[in-house]
Design a binder for this molecule. Structure first.
Ligand code: SF4
Ligand code: SF4
Length: 169
C-alpha cells in the first residue's frame, strides 16, 4: 500500500476495490532483478501468516492488526506468502524482457494449462489484455492452502492486471 494509506483506505472502503494509485510497486530495478511480493491488504484485521511464513523476514506488521509491509531488499521472490495468505491479497510481480512482466496470482478456480492464452483482468474483473500462462502451482504443491498461477502480460499492466478469465469458457 502507498504511504498515504489512511485516505486511500477511505477510498477502498467506498468501493471495496483498490485502484492502481493505491498500490506502490517496487522500483523498476528491483522488479527486473527478481519477482517481488506486492501486498494488497488494506483492511486492518488480526492476521499475519504472510509475516510468519516469510523465510527471510521480509514482511513486517507493526502489530497483528496492522497493514503488512514488504522489505523489497529482502524479498527473494519465493512466493510462499502468496501461497499462505488466506485473503488472496498477495501477488508477485517481475519485469521480464521485451517490456513484459510476470504476475503471480492466487487462483482458486480450475487452473489453466501452462502456455494457455487467457484474458487478463483488472481489479474490477474487466478485461485489460491477452496474456499467457507461464506457470501454475496446484493446491497439492502449495506450501499453504492457495494455488497460484503466473501470467505474462505487457509491462504497462504490471499494476493493473490482477486476475484472469479463461477464453471460451
Ligand atoms: S515472496 Fe518470499 S521472500 Fe518475498 S515476501 Fe513473500 S515469502 Fe517473503
Ligand atoms: S496473510 Fe494476507 S490477509 Fe493476512 S495480513 Fe498478510 S496479506 Fe493480509
Amino acid at each position: 500500500m502507498s504511504e498515504s494509506s489512511e485516505a486511500e483506505n477511505e477510498q477502498w472502503r467506498k468501493t471495496g476495490i483498490l485502484r492502481p494509485e493505491d498500490v506502490d510497486l517496487p522500483d523498476e530495478g528491483k522488479l527486473e532483478d527478481n519477482a517481488i511480493a506486492v501486498i494488497e491488504c488494506p483492511q486492518k484485521i488480526p492476521c499475519n501468516p504472510c509475516e510468519e511464513n516469510c523465510p527471510v523476514g521480509a514482511i513486517k506488521l507493526e502489530d497483528l492488526n496492522a497493514i503488512p509491509k514488504v522489505d523489497t531488499e529482502k524479498c527473494t521472490g519465493c512466493s510462499i506468502c502468496v501461497q499462505q495468505c488466506p485473503g488472496l491479497a498477495i501477488f508477485m510481480v517481475e519485469y521480464t524482457g521485451d517490456d513484459k512482466c510476470e504476475i503471480t496470482i492466487p487462483y482458486e478456480f480450475e487452473l489453466p494449462e501452462e502456455g494457455e492464452e487467457i484474458e487478463a483482468l483488472n481489479r474490477k474483473g474487466e478485461k485489460v489484455c491477452i496474456g499467457n500462462v507461464t506457470d501454475t502451482l496446484p493446491r497439492e504443491k502449495s506450501v499453504g492452502d492457495t494455488p497460484t498461477l503466473t501470467i505474462e502480460v505487457p509491462r504497462e499492466f504490471a499494476n493493473i492486471v490482477r486476475s484472469i478469465r479463461r477464453k471460451n469458457r
